[in-house]
Design a protein around this ligand. Structure first.
Ligand code: 8X3
Length: 257
């Protein structure tokens, strides 16, 4: 049974809301009754999305933010008394090189955006989530947070760290009115994920989804996020792993000729 968010828990902050899973989640949580606060570095994109959501009759505001900038994150947090939901979605992959030749700079940036970005927002907003009396932290990790694959180590390591952050936080705050939910998607076809990973190389990015009949869409993942968030407050979906039917593991994917 879905529930209507209580007045104190109506604000949902979504990071990485400028495209893909973040944008889809913003649309769906807004439609579910939350006042969504869209954050991302790209101001024009989140402003356009906030306008679209508002025109659809829901509530949305845009707040340009770099999740790796702790001073800016603290300033952002200061704008709220209470927050109902934080969706830590910002992040992504850079490169797919073997450990032997991977670029340490890519590894550092992936750790900063995926892990420290999530840490920054979660630390800064935890008191506000608690103050709502019914807060939810969502961490969008990945199936890469649960098993490795060749060429994935930098991203896999960062996603494992996000998984550990979720697990540890849940242990540490038990008894307080905040749920910690991890969503671990497998192959999701979005406009930017693979393109960013391969530095804008369209051909290489397209190969990721080659022959896969139906990779997950950003909406499929947003749907799982919205479902977990709208469960009754005492129901904590610890971990939800979601893959397309054509993907049995990170390395076992059915591709049609
Ligand atoms: C995305 C899944 O397989 O590209 O988080 O690492 S994968």
């Amino acid at each position: 049974m879905a529930r209507t968010p209580s007045p104190a828990s109506r604000i949902a902050v979504i990071t990485g809301a400028s495209s893909g899973i973040g944008a889809a989640t913003a649309r769906q949580l807004a439609a579910a009754g939350y006042r969504v606060v869209l954050t991302a570095r790209r101001k024009d994109r989140i402003e356009a999305l906030a306008e679209e959501i508002t025109e659809a009759g829901h509530k949305a505001t845009a707040y340009p933010l770099d999740v790796t900038d702790r001073t800016a994150v603290d300033e952002f947090a200061g704008a709220f008394k209470t927050i109902g939901v934080l969706v830590n979605n910002a992040g992504g992959a850079l490169g797919a090189d073997p450990v032997a030749t991977g670029d340490p700079e890519d590894w550092r940036r992936m750790y900063e955006t995926n892990v420290l970005g999530t840490l920054n927002l979660t630390q800064a907003l935890l008191p506000k989530l608690e103050a709502s009396g019914d807060g939810t932290v969502v961490i969008v990790s990945s199936t890469a947070g649960h098993a490795t694959y060749e060429g994935g180590a930098g991203y896999v390591a960062a996603k494992h760290a996000e998984h550990v952050l979720a697990e540890t936080l849940r242990l540490e705050i038990v008894g307080r009115p905040v749920r910690v939910i991890e969503i671990a998607p497998g192959m999701v076809k979005t406009e930017e994920f693979a393109l960013t990973r391969f530095g804008g190389d369209q051909e290489r990015a397209a190969k990721v989804y080659d022959g896969v009949a139906e990779p997950l869409s950003a909406d499929d993942v947003a749907d799982t996020i919205t479902w977990t968030v709208t469960r009754p407050a005492h129901v904590n979906i610890d971990l939800l792993v979601v893959r397309p039917r054509a993907q049995a593991s990170n390395t076992k994917v059915h591709r049609e000729a």
